[in-house]
Design a protein around this ligand. Structure first.
Ligand code: ZN
Ligand code: ZN
Ligand code: ZN
Length: 377
């Protein structure tokens, strides 16, 4: 996603301003953001995450600063373009102490005594920043970043839509191929190729879970050879222009057993009902409850062993999560998966997953492939 996640400089300048507002309203001294999707969201490029400290500092007031190793200054200036004029770039030399540079920039000065660190920051950076900033307390930046990133703009939705269309194209292609006689691993490799052919910049995952393995939601594709009668769960995704795709369809090799067809009909009804329930103001947990109630009532309650969905954007899993513990209302601009599954241990399983965007008029499905069971050869 090096340059793929970039928008015009004005968009990133606006994101930095909104980040500063979050910093102030959460009574923080600053947000400290190391290379990650949060960093790419704010600055539009992603430097390597490594042992040398690169850290964006967003204070509540004043100019943001970027502490980085001298050798990465040319990359930063090149990638930031006009945005570089709005950031103090503080390059450190190989023998300097970059943590002292951060301390000079975020000294408390009678203000708040808390600074927020990016969720995936390396532990050694967190520990060293903690020591350098003492007695300032370090807290999680996750809630502030989620508040910025959760509601997608129209431009972000169009990137998610393009990523979903590319994943759909790969799904249509793979379910048109013969699967029996091929190993899960081989089909998984083929899907990665198809994801790239369809326009993804990276193919991030291609779960192929066949026969009894289809009862394991996060199965790692292995040497098992797909055979007649197998259920095959295909959960695939990648990234395009910085935004993620994620879709699941279930196939069966040849005519499905009546019992499996019945299970699938329940799952399909649950997934469609959950999609139809999406609207601004509806609690995230109610989408989960809608799918779960239908699966429960059909007697498969114990076989639905995960939440109904997760938010998606620059990361495959982000806020909001569609789970019983999340009572927050959905908002227009939220993008998330709806992916109930039914898994009968040792036998078979099925899952259907679409990405939706919550709009004023309800849920818009970004994946548009058919949701019936795919009968393949
Ligand atoms: Zn999953
Ligand atoms: Zn998935
Ligand atoms: Zn998913």
């Amino acid at each position: 996603m090096s340059s793929g996640s970039r928008f015009p400089a004005s968009v990133h300048a606006d994101r930095l301003r909104r980040a500063a507002v979050e910093t102030g309203s959460r009574d923080l001294l600053a947000l400290l953001v190391t290379p990650s999707s949060d960093y790419a969201y704010l600055l539009g490029y992603l430097p390597p995450a490594m042992e040398r400290l690169t850290c964006l500092i967003v204070p509540a007031e004043g100019t943001p600063a970027l502490v980085l190793p001298r050798l990465e200054e040319p990359l930063a200036r090149h990638e930031l373009g006009e945005l570089a004029d709005q950031i103090d770039i503080l390059a450190w030399d190989e023998t300097d102490d970059p943590f002292a540079a951060v301390r000079r920039r975020v000294s408390p000065d009678g203000g708040p005594m808390r600074a927020a660190v990016q969720d995936q920051m390396f532990a050694r950076f967190v520990l060293r920043l903690g020591a350098a900033l003492d007695p300032v307390q370090l807290v999680e930046a996750g809630p502030a970043m989620a508040a910025l990133r959760r509601r997608k703009t129209a431009e972000e939705v169009s990137r998610l839509r393009a990523a979903a269309a590319a994943a759909d194209q790969a799904m249509i292609a793979i379910t048109g191929e013969r699967l029996s006689g091929r190993s899960e691993e081989e089909v998984s490799r083929r899907i990665r190729e198809l994801l790239l052919d369809a326009g993804h910049d990276t193919a991030d995952f291609a779960i192929v879970a066949s026969g009894p393995n289809s009862a394991s939601p996060h199965h790692h594709p292995g040497e098992r050879v797909i055979e007649a009668g197998d259920a095959v769960v295909l959960d695939i995704g990648g990234r395009r222009d910085g935004y993620a795709s994620d879709t699941t369809r279930t196939a069966v090799v040849g005519e499905p057993a009546a019992e499996f067809a019945a299970l699938y009909a329940v799952l399909r009804e649950a997934q469609v009902a959950a999609c139809d329930a999406v609207a601004p103001g509806v609690a995230a947990r109610d989408i989960d409850r809608t799918a779960r109630r239908i699966i429960d009532e059909a007697g498969y309650g114990d076989c639905f062993i995960h939440r109904t969905g997760h938010g998606i954007g620059m990361e495959t899993h982000e806020e909001p999560y569609l789970v019983e513990s999340n009572a927050e209302p959905l908002q227009a601009g939220d993008a998330f998966s709806i992916e109930p599954g039914i898994y009968v241990s040792g036998r078979w399983g099925a899952r259907i997953e679409d990405i939706l965007v919550c709009t004023q008029d309800g849920g818009e499905r970004l994946n548009t492939t058919g949701r019936d069971l795919y009968v393949v050869s």
